[in-house]
Design a protein around this ligand. Sequence first.
Ligand SMILES: [Zn+2]
Length: 315
Amino acid sequence: MASTEIIPGIHVIRGKFAGEFGFIASYLIVSEGEALVIDPGTAGDPGDNVVKALKDFGLNQKSDLVGIVCTHGHPDHAGGAGRLRKSTGAPILIHSGDAELLRDPSSFLNERLLMDRAQRLSMKFDKGPLRVNYRGIEPNSFLSNGQQIQVGKLSLRVIHTGGHSAGHCVFYESTEKMLFSGDEVNNFPNEPRKFYVDLSGSIVAKLAALDELSKLDIDYLLPAHDVPALFGDVSLQFEGVRDGVIHLQDTILSHLEARGEADIEQLEFDIRQSRSVPIPVTIDALLATTIRVTLDGLAEAGLVKDLGKGIWVMN
Ligand SMILES: [Zn+2]
């Protein structure tokens, strides 16, 4: 069986183990003969297993899948959307803030990550989950905050969070008390403090979203990476993510204070040296990008400023 039923009617379909990124998770919701996919995964994996799972449940892949919903447009979760639509005919839904990543997949490397040309080139040949190896497609419709997505007797409320990326949304189902949290809550396995954002993301929006989401009544937190946290107190997971964000902000401020002024490369060096922040290690660009977006957030709060030419100081 390509999938595991974690709650009656809610199946997790795991892709291959992707090292630091854990198992990339697709979710398949089946209710009253209808099915909905949340995050189709990378091109072919775990997306192809979604089609197998539909068949296993006696569903018709051409008529019973009502939608392919993306929490956001990153390659590890939305790369397989086009392929899955091709084999099922189901419509693709994504927030307009991330639609460009589906239309022009190379925009992930060109516009969403802070990279030099050499890094960009090496990402092109990278075999990891963030590789861009699929064609552009036009989504069928756009998600908006507060919208309800119906599948059988279940109804998912769309909550636009916009922290991890500009178009990131999470989906809340109140009868099962479950939250499909994408990459906004718990991005990396076994380390809820570790996180990254892309250049369109926002630390201010991420912290606001964490506050908002932690008020929801949640029994099941279902992230887009690794094994879902089915048991235990989900508030601990929210706290972990918030701690990670606050800790990175504090660390940047203290290094900036110690140096007087610094550019992103210097801050990146300091953070790697100090090893006090759990950072993504597989792809260098994720840390540089996250530092940049964090600096923007600190500037918005009036704590730091950009002197120009990428030199940052305390305000
Ligand atoms: Zn992501």
